[in-house]
Design a protein around this ligand. Sequence first.
Ligand SMILES: Nc1nc2c(ncn2[C@@H]2O[C@H](COP(=O)(O)OP(=O)(O)O)[C@@H](O)[C@H]2O)c(=O)[nH]1
Ligand SMILES: [Mg+2]
Length: 437
Amino acid sequence: MPAEDTIAALSTPPGEGAIALVRISGPDSLAIAETIFRGGRIAPRQASFGRIVDAEGVVDEVVLTHFAAPASYTGEDVVEISGHGGIVVSARLLQTALAAGARAAGPGEFTQRAFLNGKLDLTQAEAVMDLIRAQTPLAARAAAEQLRGRIGDEISALREALLDIVAHVEAYIDFPDEDIDPDTGAALRGRITATQSRIARLLATADEGRILREGVRLAICGRPNAGKSSLLNRLLGQDRAIVSPTPGTTRDTIEEGLNLRGIPFRVIDTAGLRETPDAIEREGVRRARAAIEGADVVLRVIDATDAAALTDPPAAGDEVLAINKIDLAPAPLPGLAISCATGEGLEALADALVARVRRTPAKAWDSAAAINARHQACLQRAADALTRAIAQFDAATAPEFVALDLRAALDAVGEVVGVVDTDTILGRIFGSFCIGK
Ligand SMILES: Nc1nc2c(ncn2[C@@H]2O[C@H](COP(=O)(O)OP(=O)(O)O)[C@@H](O)[C@H]2O)c(=O)[nH]1
Ligand SMILES: [Mg+2]
């Protein structure tokens, strides 16, 4: 599906830098380049030095590169102009390309064209943005693996397996006189359940995928004045939350990103849990409980000088306990003892949090391929359709019904990589991209 128009955008962030890059893609990109460029000959796979000129004269000295279709990022003729990285000069470079006939690209339009031209499947296109947005090396590695086709390949293999099964079942529809003999029937059923297990294995990486993309949701909770906000500030290395000896200071939940040993966290500081007549604080406590509810890991802070809190029930499930203010404690205390005042024990706390997370999704951390929420929704639909197909199969209903559910599974799996009609989801995916990517 070749696009008729030629798009252009600034592909580097606006602002001052060494270089600004204007990218042009589409059938007219070479003609546009020849209109606005004076200097060396423009040839594919070659960098040419020269000047960009507009009606008023020289805009910038640039290096121009040309990637001839289909050997380019988008699969179209692409010209990239590297100029000086200034706010005004880069805007003028783009303006010159637009005046010569290009249209301003929308968010993600280059990658969308790459997808439409078969340069990337949908999981790879998503990985481009994941890689750009990755907040930790681990998240970047997972995105790079996905960009390489790690998930796309597995999905394509799944589709092949499903296509085979569908073809088999549909053969019985086309030749109604031939009954499915029991041997073939059992083998077919076995292949459906095997495909279902493969889908289940991919679905099991969803939690890890969410954590890599959005971070581990870590809620800091505890009694008022335990030092929760102090701990948030300590972990962040900045005074983000207000710390005060007045209990009930933190009312709203405060959320910040944090990188601990390469794992991204979303740390949420909450209002201290207590009964209170103050309506605003009560709302804070309600939000705190919601944050704890939705957290992957709960970090409960206990004040070492608060005798009552020390007898609170021990950590359950996803809780990590930290005993704070040990600088004030008369005697050594068992457990993870920390002090937000002196910084003592904070490294051990970070280790404990990371260890807890690594334990959460069983092992997948080394596989570095984890599905996102969209993949999860598609694959869940596929798994459900296969469950129905097996039920139809076992009930010995007409093969038409089995085929219908198998087709639904096939479509759902195909939607992950974008092989079925996915117009509606395209807008959503590429709409969240940066301009110029
Ligand atoms: N001595 C000492 N004081 C602390 C420590 N952590 C917090 N505090 C103090 O305890 C009070 C309550 O702290 P804050 O972080 O606001 O507690 P929160 O209500 O749990 O958020 C403040 O006066 C802090 O300065 C600590 O490790 N040692
Ligand atoms: Mg607080």
